[in-house]
Write a protein that binds this ligand. Structure first.
Ligand SMILES: [Zn+2]
Length: 323
């Protein structure tokens, strides 16, 4: 293998505290030693988000091969000790209850990455599948607090207007797309514009490429289908701004969706989602990561470049932001 281990900017377990975290063994066995996992989206009530965090924290503490990472050094230590370092991410501002103070609290609980709108507009920001809306005054306060607390400012699921606003407000404080793909390659509302890619890189940030079948344009989910997306970002803004966040969602067959949820609201049919179920589980699997590394080597990428894309750029961003 060209890279000794990988860092994954975003994955999901079913959002229940008792979701068996042994599922992450597949990440571990595929060579991943750091992954950010989702603990709540805009559609999840606070009670679900909190019990999920509580259960995940307990389960991590119970397993000697898992570690809840708070610092960059924690991730390096986990890799040395053959552990999988995990931190949490929040997908949307609604679990912040319009209170900027919640950001410090989530940081205490292990959240190290937050984006502000999950597909739909809210009081802080604009989502990818909604009418044009930029960052609101509340959203501006949240961006400032996210930076101030050493949390990664994520732009995924945001719409272009909001993403550009966040980049402008952030200046040289780096932001990231933890799971997003170039719209120029696959026309889908969740994919991102060249302007957003450049703006993100302009902060010193990174774009981590997503592995959702319909966003990469390959429902057969061949890991190699991610290669043109990686290469597109590399050609546009440089290797140093490129990473991976395949968004693999474990599914144990038990629904984690809140009662009364309207999937068509969060994953609109007109944006190409399943009209009944919304986003259905089709993602490039963690087992595909070594094939992505091998594919980059076949394209002529040097070992150091492959390591940068598959691990080191994300770790470098974490070192700068988490402190
Ligand atoms: Zn997501």
């Amino acid at each position: 293998m060209t890279v000794s281990w990988f860092a994954d900017a975003h994955a999901c377990l079913p959002l229940r505290g008792e979701s068996n975290m042994d599922q992450l063994r597949r990440h571990y066995d595929s060579g991943v030693r750091y992954v950010s996992i989702n603990v709540g989206m805009d559609m999840n009530p606070l009670a679900q988000v909190m019990t999920t965090i509580a259960g995940f924290r307990r389960q991590i503490a119970e397993r000697d091969w898992l570690m809840l990472a708070s610092t960059h050094q924690d991730i390096l230590d986990a890799a040395t000790n053959d552990q999988l370092a995990v931190s949490f991410d929040l997908e949307g501002a609604l679990p912040l209850l319009e209170s900027v103070d919640m950001i410090a609290l989530y940081h205490q609980l292990g959240v190290r990455q937050i984006h502000l709108a999950y597909n739909r507009n809210n009081s802080a920001a604009g989502g990818a599948h909604d009418v044009v809306q930029g960052l609101t005054p509340l959203g501006e306060q949240m961006v400032e607090a996210i930076h101030a607390h050493g949390i990664l400012m994520d732009l995924s699921h945001s719409q272009e207007r909001t993403a550009l606003d966040i980049c402008e407000l952030s200046g040289d404080r780096p932001v990231l797309f933890s799971h997003a793909n170039p719209h120029a390659l696959v026309e889908h509302g969740r994919n991102i514009s060249d302007a957003a890619i450049k703006a993100c890189a302009g902060t010193g940030g990174i774009i981590a490429l997503n592995g959702v079948g319909r966003f990469i344009g390959d429902e057969a989910l061949q890991p190699e289908s991610l290669l043109p997306h990686i290469d597109y970002v590399v050609q546009m803004v440089g290797i140093e701004h490129t990473a991976i966040g395949p968004d693999y969602c474990y599914d144990d067959g038990i629904s984690d969706r809140p009662e009364g949820l309207d999937p068509g609201y969060w994953w609109p049919k007109e944006a190409g989602y399943d009209p009944i179920r919304g986003l259905t589980g089709k993602y490039v699997a963690p087992e595909g990561l070594p094939r992505i590394a091998e594919g980059l080597a076949k394209m002529g990428y040097k070992d150091t470049d492959i390591a940068a894309i598959m691990r080191d750029n994300l770790l470098g961003l974490i070192k700068r932001v988490w402190g």
